[in-house]
Design a protein around this ligand. Sequence first.
Ligand code: GRF
Length: 209
Amino acid sequence: MSQSKKLGILLSGRGSNFEAIADAIESGRLDAEIAIVISNRADAPGLETAKRRGLNTKLIPSRGRVREEHDAEVVAALKEAQADLVCLAGYMRLLSPEFVRAFPHRILNIHPSLLPAFAGLEAQKQAVDYGAKVSGCTVHFVDEHLDHGPIVLQKTVPVLDSDDAHTLSLRILEQEHIGYAEAIQLVLSGAIEVEGRRTVRRTGKAEGK
Ligand code: GRF
């Protein structure tokens, strides 16, 4: 039997996506293990949750640090934990090119909009303010540009007339919690490959569990 692939989770805040990933592993929907949870913020609730769940955690504060130096420390911790795939889960830092190169097509991010619409901060508010009728979330490979790399999957939700940024965020978050684990499973199973900007199903290879 092959060993489960190892995830390195990076977060800066609440950590509900991290929890959804951990829950998917526990319930057997996702064949992986969490090798390490790293936060760049001491006050991230997600870091406490990870400790409570008995996971390997590490705080690597970023405030006032040069990006490349901080990133080098994070990469070293991920390598030490033998992470196969890095999952950004509300990690509020742009990665340096060195970081991205250390894990080629092995870093995922989740963003609460249908990219390329509404990249950056407050994506849900941007969607409401713009008057979008549909929004959702995107799981994508990370490159050195913000919210930019090849898309693994997207989930859509309606934007209702009665929505504000908060109610839309809640509707999108439900889909984030489903979609992130699905995307990780897709990537780890080897069922998709990256062709330029696109990810495509590998032909002749069954989607492994
Ligand atoms: C999510 O909306 C995610 O899409 C975005 O940051 C938020 C993180 O939430 N990148 P949480 O910390 O996972 O609860």
